[in-house]
Design a protein. Structure first.
Length: 680
């Protein structure tokens, strides 16, 4: 008798009717099973006809890829030149943080770092899943163009909000920014480093779980001004989908060097190099040790602070910095920074959103710390120092580099009209120090932030302004920016408990690490309120990276407008307020209608002064005839690339210097090559 059909029916019946599922063999006793291995921190890339296996580390619950090279070593004959692009190939060991770029050791006559430093780090919460990828933040560290590394910012709190973070390094000091303002030494080598790092991110980040079309460029201080210049540069069209500029702008006093040749001559002469011929001078400097160049930078910085006073320490412009190169002449590679991007109608190529902000006491710790003795001496020894000397110097230092009309307007208000704004009891030196920190904070930080937000809003490009106001235990600006003149070398200061100074907000986004990525052991110094603010602030930044806008709870924040001057006050209970430094901005910018309003009567500006203010520039309802803000008028969609125009920009010279031909080794649709003149 054949039982096979019957057995088959019974077997199928058992499978259908038994709800217990598949049988599980139970083993009594014995050792516990070994847990399955974590996903290997390995990424495989294929780009430009080259394949690579990139080994990182698992920093639970995230993946970290440390010290990935993006540019060849800019040393020897390649010093001061534009970087050459490096393509990942073969086996890439990304398990160790890279050496920092060459820089001074704060408070010591020593130099640390390596000239071969064009590396970046990638932090990702997940490896590719086949979906579009996570938003990406490219972090450009601050440090006055002289200090900092990609590894000193621990990003676990940001990555925990499901974004990919790329921290980059770029050449520092004269090694990165030396310029004579000529074709022989045009400068901006470090800006090219940054652009190349952002392009690397576009090309490769999809392999690391990021979205190559959602890249926000973010920085602090000089890193913030660089972020704006890079994102709005014509050579970087389509790379950035947003900008976060913390305590800095391309309009800031410290953003650029408007006398680069003088700086270059000082650097060369101090290093014993001839200055009669620029080519001979460059060759001489290329043969020096990098340490000697960086030590001369430190000497020049000290001399300038000694000669110019404490305002220069707060305002910057103490050495080599980015320069505006002027229009492309058609014979050489395109410049990275033609003109001040917010004054250049051709530089802003897309309506990318902006998040910018300041701390409530940017300069207070410096005024009551390392510059206190100098300031007290002037308050006591110089008659009417505040309104007759300080205001005039600050008017000259206001962050409006390129527009002579605007600078002329800013000088129209006689410094005497600032008297009520600066009034204090002469017997109370501490109050006088407070007035100086208020005035310097307004002129050097609040005005550039205000004008930058306004530049976006005037062209219907979304911008958001914040003021970080939380006073907590995590006041750790010096952990990230030690050595910077506005920070100083000491961890101690004479500030009051309500101070939130330059760099303090960084501790609410990042864990403090040294230049090599080792923890400074201060990251647990916080309380419940600090942790809450950190969660709020990181959520703000990552929401902006993800959506291009802000929300507080379930309420969407309206973009900045010149009518409301709305801004977010960041603290344990964040809120949106109107009238950002309403009367103070009116005073510094000569906005007549504001100063005539009832809310600004305390300043008592004379009507005769207000009548002299022209109406064609800096109107109270906006920036009027000022070109600032007009830059965002001619726009296109972020990420759009005109392939025909790109091809027209390519030349045999640029292709021979490391640029990638888009018709060769075409990447996948999610990976784009945007040739923009990387080379020598």
């Amino acid at each position: 008798m054949n039982l096979t059909p019957l057995l088959l029916v019974l077997t199928l019946h058992g499978v259908v009717c038994d709800e217990r599922g598949a049988r599980v063999r139970r083993i009594v006793g014995g050792d516990a099973a070994v847990a399955p291995p974590e996903d290997d921190p390995v990424v495989f890339t294929r780009f430009a006809g080259k394949t690579a296996r990139v080994l990182g580390v698992r920093d639970l619950p995230h993946y970290v890829f440390r010290g990935i090279r993006y540019g060849h070593a800019p040393a020897g004959k390649e010093r001061f030149l534009r970087p050459r692009q490096y393509f990942l190939q073969g086996f890439e060991n990304a398990t160790r943080f890279p050496p920092p770029c060459v820089q001074p050791v704060p408070g010591q006559d020593k130099v640390i770092g390596d000239e071969d430093c064009l590396f970046l780090n990638v932090f990702t919460p997940t490896l590719p899943t086949g979906l579009e990828g996570l938003p990406v933040i490219v972090w450009i560290h601050g440090g006055g163009y002289r200090y900092g590394s990609a590894s000193q910012y621990g990003v676990r709190h940001l990555v925990g909000k499901q974004v990919v973070v790329v921290t980059i390094q770029y050449r520092l000091g004269s090694l990165g920014f030396l310029s004579t303002g000529s074709k022989t030494l045009p400068g901006n080598a470090a800006l090219w480093d940054m652009v190349l790092a952002v392009q690397w991110t576009r090309n490769y980040i999809g392999f690391f779980g990021g979205n190559p079309h959602k890249i926000v460029v973010m920085g602090h201080g000089t890193g913030a001004s660089s972020a704006i210049m890079v994102a709005l540069s014509n050579v970087a069209k389509g790379l950035a989908s947003g900008i976060v500029a913390m305590s800095g702008s391309s309009l800031s006093r410290f953003a650029t060097d408007d006398a680069p040749k003088n700086t270059a001559m000082q650097v060369a002469e101090a290093n014993g190099c001839p200055v009669v011929s620029e080519l001979t001078m460059v060759k001489c400097l290329q043969n020096l040790s990098p340490d000697s160049i960086i030590k001369v930078d430190s000497s020049i910085e000290s001399q300038r602070i000694d000669n110019r006073g404490f305002i220069s320490g707060l305002a910057g412009k103490l050495g080599s910095a980015p320069v505006f190169e002027g229009r492309r002449d058609g014979r050489s590679l395109p410049p990275v920074a033609e003109n001040e991007p917010l004054n250049d109608p051709d530089s802003a190529h897309s309506r990318i959103p902006l998040l910018t902000g300041i701390t409530k006491d940017e300069t207070k710790r410096a005024c009551q710390g390392q510059y206190k003795d100098e300031i007290v001496k002037k308050l006591r020894g110089v008659p009417d120092f505040l309104d007759k000397v300080l205001v005039k110097n600050l008017q000259d230092s206001l962050g409006l580099q390129s527009n002579n009309n605007t600078r002329r307007v800013l000088s129209l208000l006689d410094p005497k009209q600032f008297k009520n704004y600066l009034e204090y009891s002469k017997s109370n030196i501490h109050e006088g120090l407070g007035k100086i920190s208020e005035a310097t904070g307004d002129a050097l930080f609040n005005v550039p932030a205000f004008l930058t937000a306004d530049a976006w809003s005037k062209q219907n490009a979304p911008s958001y302004l914040y003021r970080f106001e939380h006073v907590g235990k995590k006041k750790k600006g010096y952990n990230f920016l030690k050595g910077l003149p506005i920070i100083g070398n000491s961890t101690q200061s004479d500030d009051s408990n309500d101070t939130v100074a330059h760099g303090d907000e960084l501790a609410y986004l990042f864990d403090a690490q040294d230049l090599q990525g080792r923890s400074l052991g201060s990251n647990d110094d916080s309380n419940e309120e600090d942790d809450k603010v950190r969660d709020i602030f990181t959520q703000m930044v990552t929401d902006f990276a993800r959506f291009g806008k802000l929300s507080l709870g379930n309420e969407e924040v309206k973009p900045f407008s010149i009518t409301d001057n709305n801004f977010v006050q960041v603290g344990p209970k964040p809120k949106v307020s109107n009238g950002f430094r309403f009367c103070e901005m009116g005073l510094w910018l000569g906005l007549a209608q504001r100063l005539q309003s009832s809310s600004c009567q305390l300043f008592k500006v004379l009507d005769s002064q207000l009548k002299n203010l022209p109406t064609g520039v800096l109107k109270p309802g906006g920036l009027g005839g000022n070109k600032i803000g007009d830059a965002l008028g001619k726009v296109g969609k972020p990420g759009a690339v005109d392939k025909k125009k790109v091809q027209e920009k390519l030349s045999p010279v640029s292709n021979s210097l490391g640029m990638l031909n888009p018709n060769r080794d075409k990447p996948k649709s999610s990976q784009k090559v945007l040739p923009f003149g990387i080379g020598r």
